[in-house]
Design a protein around this ligand. Structure first.
Ligand code: ADP
Length: 473
C-alpha cells in the first residue's frame, strides 16, 4: 500500500487567486509541484489554505459548513470555502477580521495582526471540519507562523498526534506586531521561550520557536540569518536551532515564464532562435516612447519600490551615468518617496528613462523579453525571483552578492555581481555589462547560460519532500 503524507500549506497569498509579491508566486506553485511528485509508493496530499481577502479572485467556490472559534466569552464566525486547482483542494478562510481589511497587507500593523492571528487560528481548526488530518503544517512568513505555534500548543493536549511544523522564511525582518493580547483573548497561552524578550509576543518568532524545521528560501539566506547583519536580532536564537535550519532555493514557474510560449510578448523565442529576441527590444522601446535603436543598451528595474530592493541605489547609479548612452525602464509600485524619485529621474532624463509606476504583469514580461539587463542591488534578498525570470528570458542580471542573488547569478557566466552596497559599485558592474554587450558572441553566451539554467520548481520540491519525510518518520 502506498504511504501518504498530508501537508497543510498556509500562506497570505497565492497565484492565481491573489498575488502581491514573490510569496504569491511561491505559494501558487510549490504546493502543486509537491503533489506532482506523488508516485506509486508515496502520495503527497498537499492542500493550500488562504485568507478570503475581499480582493481574492476565485471561481467555483463551494461554501463549507461555517464554524466558529472561541474568543473570550463570544464566538467569532469562520466562513470556509473550498475550490480545486489542478486537482488540489484549496480552502479559503473568511470572517470579520479578514473582511475588515480590504487589501492583503495594510499599513496598520494591529489590524494585520488581528487578521492573520484569526486566519492562522481558524485555519488550524479547518482539518477537523473537513475530516482530514495533516502530518505536516507548513507556514510561510509571519502572517501564518502562528499556525505553527498553535500546532505545538495543540500537541500539549492529551492524546494529540504529533504534527510536524515547518516555517519557510521568505523575509525575516517582517515579524508581525505584538499578538500577546490577541492570543490571550483566544485562550492561547504564551509559552516560556528562549526567544529574546522583545520577540516573545511576535508571530514569526513564536512560529519559529514552535517549529520542527525552519527553511530559508535560499542556502545563502540560511547562512546570512545567523549573522548580526541579517539576523534581525534572532541570530543567536537561530544559531541554537541551527540543526533544524536549512536553505531551499525557490524555483520559478517555468511553464508560465517561458519565452518560447509566453503570450504576453510579441515575438516568442528559445535558445535556437535567440536572435529574434531583438524584435522584442525594439517593440518595447517603441511602447515606452524611447528611441527605437537596437544598439542602445536598455536597462530595467522590475521591483517593489522598497529600500530592501536597493532601488534608491539604482536611481543614484542611473543619475551618475549621465555621460553614458543607455535607456532604462523602471516598473514598480510602493514607497511614495521612491516612486517620486523615479518620476524625477524620468523628468531629468525624459529621452532615456521611463518610470512606469504600477503593477503590470504583462509589461513585466515584455521587459524581461526585451531589456538587455535587469538591476537588482538588494540590501538583502532571501531568494529573489526576478533575476531567475530575467535569466530565463535572456535578460542579464546585475545583482548584489547577497542571499539568493549570490546563489543564482554567476559572475561573467550568467550575469554581473557586485559586493558593496554603494551606487558606484553598481555603476561599475553595469559598466562591465555595457562593455561586454557589444561583444555579441560573449553576450549571447551569457544569455544562453542563464536561459539554460534549471530554475524549475521540481528540484526545490524534491528537497521539501525530503524534509517532510525526515519529519514524519
Ligand atoms: P519580492 O518578493 O521581494 O517582491 P521577488 O523578486 O522575489 O521580489 O519577486 C517579485 C515578483 O513580482 C517578480 O515576479 C516580479 O516580476 C514581480 N513584480 C514586481 N514588481 C512588479 C510590477 N510593478 N509589475 C509586475 N510585476 C512585478
Amino acid at each position: 500500500m502506498s504511504k501518504t503524507i498530508n501537508v497543510f500549506f498556509l500562506a497570505a497569498e497565492a497565484d492565481p487567486f491573489i498575488k502581491v509579491g514573490g510569496l504569491g508566486d511561491v505559494a501558487g506553485v510549490l504546493p502543486r509541484e509537491l503533489r506532482a511528485l506523488s508516485n506509486d509508493d508515496l502520495k503527497l496530499d498537499v492542500r493550500l489554505v488562504l485568507p478570503y481577502h475581499p480582493v481574492v479572485k476565485a471561481e467555483n467556490l463551494r461554501p463549507l459548513e461555517p464554524f466558529s472559534i472561541q474568543r473570550g466569552d463570544s464566538e467569532v464566525q469562520v466562513e470556509a470555502f473550498e475550490t480545486v486547482l489542478d486537482d488540489m483542494p484549496v480552502y479559503f478562510i473568511g470572517g470579520e477580521p479578514i473582511r475588515a481589511n480590504g487589501s492583503v497587507y495594510s499599513l496598520d500593523a494591529s489590524r494585520d495582526s488581528e487578521k492573520y492571528a484569526f486566519f492562522s487560528l481558524a485555519a488550524m481548526e479547518l482539518p477537523r471540519y473537513i475530516n482530514w488530518q495533516p502530518d505536516v503544517v507548513h507556514a510561510n512568513d509571519w502572517h501564518t507562523a502562528l499556525s505553527i505555534y498553535v500546532n505545538l500548543t495543540k500537541r500539549w493536549e492529551a492524546g494529540a498526534k504529533h504534527v510536524a511544523g515547518v516555517v519557510s522564511l521568505h523575509n525575516l525582518p517582517f515579524m508581525g506586531a505584538d499578538v500577546g493580547g490577541i492570543l490571550e483573548s483566544y485562550g492561547i497561552k504564551l509559552a516560556q521561550t528562549d526567544l529574546p524578550e522583545w520577540a516573545r509576543v511576535l508571530p514569526l518568532p513564536l512560529g519559529l520557536w514552535a517549529s520542527d524545521a525552519i527553511v530559508a528560501v535560499s542556502p545563502g539566506y540560511a547562512g546570512e540569518v545567523l549573522t548580526e547583519e541579517f539576523g534581525c536580532g534572532l541570530q543567536e536564537f537561530l544559531g541554537q536551532r541551527r540543526e533544524t535550519l536549512s536553505g531551499i532555493l525557490n524555483g520559478i514557474d517555468t511553464v508560465s515564464f517561458d519565452p518560447a510560449t509566453d503570450k504576453a510578448i510579441s515575438v516568442n523565442y528559445n535558445l535556437d532562435t535567440l536572435k529574434r529576441r531583438a524584435e522584442n527590444k525594439e517593440l518595447l522601446q517603441e511602447k515606452l516612447g524611447l528611441a527605437r535603436n537596437p544598439d542602445i543598451p536598455l536597462l530595467a528595474i522590475i521591483s517593489r519600490m522598497d529600500v530592501q530592493k536597493g532601488v534608491d541605489l539604482a536611481f543614484t547609479a542611473l543619475k551618475n551615468m549621465k555621460r553614458i548612452d543607455f535607456q532604462a525602464v523602471i516598473l514598480g509600485t510602493g514607497d511614495p518617496k521612491l516612486e517620486e524619485t523615479a518620476r524625477e529621474l524620468q523628468n531629468l532624463f525624459p529621452e532615456k528613462i521611463k518610470a512606469e509606476l504600477r503593477f503590470d504583469a504583462k509589461l513585466a514580461r515584455q521587459i524581461y523579453a526585451g531589456a538587455d539587463m535587469i538591476l537588482m542591488p538588494s540590501r538583502y534578498e532571501p531568494c529573489g525571483l526576478a533575476q531567475m525570470i530575467a535569466m530565463r528570458y535572456g535578460c542579464v542580471p546585475v545583482v548584489r552578492a547577497v542571499g539568493g542573488l549570490k546563489d543564482t547569478v554567476k559572475q561573467d557566466e550568467t550575469g554581473f555581481v557586485f559586493e558593496k552596497m554603494h551606487h558606484m559599485s553598481l555603476v561599475s558592474a553595469i559598466k562591465t555589462g555595457l562593455k561586454t554587450l557589444p561583444d555579441h558572441e560573449k553576450w549571447e553566451s551569457i544569455q544562453r547560460a542563464g536561459m539554460a539554467t534549471d530554475f524549475s520548481w521540481e528540484s526545490s520540491a524534491r528537497e521539501y519532500l525530503k524534509l517532510y519525510q525526515s519529519l514524519v518518520k
